[in-house]
Design a protein around this ligand. Structure first.
Ligand code: CU
Length: 114
């Protein structure tokens, strides 16, 4: 994380979900925005850098519950109502398998690089 990002930390609605279920509140720009629309993740598989924030936006007319059980990058953003936005920070290198608890066919791979 850059110095400017550290200095920009404020309390906001932005949620960072760590593997232990710890919720922090930080303000930063997302490195990638993933839409959930038509029970699909768009733009599909993405690559981000370690420590980057990925923003999930529910553009459907029904709820989603995005989560990952990938070790070191596990998260569960909970039930996400239509129009809601949730942010996740990925801290470990590797491929993160992302799913939706409500729609098992929804799958997304996020590659986390240096
Ligand atoms: Cu879903």
């Amino acid at each position: 994380m850059s110095v400017s990002k550290l200095l920009g930390v404020t309390l906001s609605g932005v949620a960072l979900l760590a593997g232990l279920g710890i919720t922090l509140a930080i303000a930063a720009d997302p490195a990638a925005i993933v839409s959930q629309e038509g029970r699909k993740f768009t733009p599909g598989d993405i690559t981000v850098k370690k420590g980057d924030m990925v923003r999930f936006v529910n553009d459907d007319f029904y709820g989603h519950n995005v989560y990952s059980e990938t070790e070191g990058n596990g998260f569960d953003i909970g039930l996400q109502a239509p129009g809601e936005t949730r942010d996740v920070v990925l801290e470990k290198l590797g491929i993160v398998d992302v799913h939706c608890r409500i729609h098992p066919r929804m799958r997304l791979k996020i590659t986390v690089t240096e």
